[in-house]
Design a protein around this ligand. Sequence first.
Ligand SMILES: CC(=O)N[C@H](C=O)[C@@H](O)[C@H](O)[C@H](O)COP(=O)(O)O
Length: 229
Amino acid sequence: MSPIDQLRGGVVISCQPLPDEPDDPMRDPYVQARVAASAVLGGAAGLRINGADDIRAVGELCDVPVIGLIKHGPGPVAITPTAEHAVAAAAAGAAIVAVDATARPRPDGQEFADTVRTVHETTSALVLADVSTFDEGVAAVDAGADAVATTLAGYTADTTGRDGPDLDLLAALVARVPVPVIAEGRYRTSDDVTRALDAGAHAVVVGNAITSPLWLTRRLIGGVTPGLA
Ligand SMILES: CC(=O)N[C@H](C=O)[C@@H](O)[C@H](O)[C@H](O)COP(=O)(O)O
């Protein structure tokens, strides 16, 4: 069974320290691997991991498929922005490599399709296209992506201002593209996960709501005393 098939109907836990907090003590492969293993013990079907060191550390402890990415640079295209980063994620042990597939210019001037081709030709990994819009999802599949995720909806200049998950984008992609569509981005409760699976999601990624004490604490304190966190 392919690693994407193994995720079917399951929850993927994203174990990543917040990108805007370089001092987060969770930024440590040892810590992330144990957070990941704990999530697997709890029933996670897969893991989403950032950075070659973390991917390697998680691979030593966990035997579920890893969606690996390498965040690099000031952005806006930061999730595995080049083919070189994608190959490095695969070499570290990612069975599936998540790659920014938005329409924005990439730092090396190449196309998303170039990364897909390189990954398929030089590694055994599959490619997950992280998109923010319907058109990007369709284009990513035309470019050869093995699966599409709604990861970047709400995180581009054209899609900002969204609070909860983008279930409309999810449903539109499920109806249109012939590859698995993974729900990702602000899924925080079991209701969110159920709604995504009901809408046809192949799997649902949950991140900060489980794996970031920093994010959770800020949110809780901000709720008690608005503006404090
Ligand atoms: C936009 C972006 O860069 N998202 C990243 C993708 O890898 C991660 O920072 C998130 O943790 C992950 O998507 C899970 O998200 P949430 O915490 O919403 O479940």
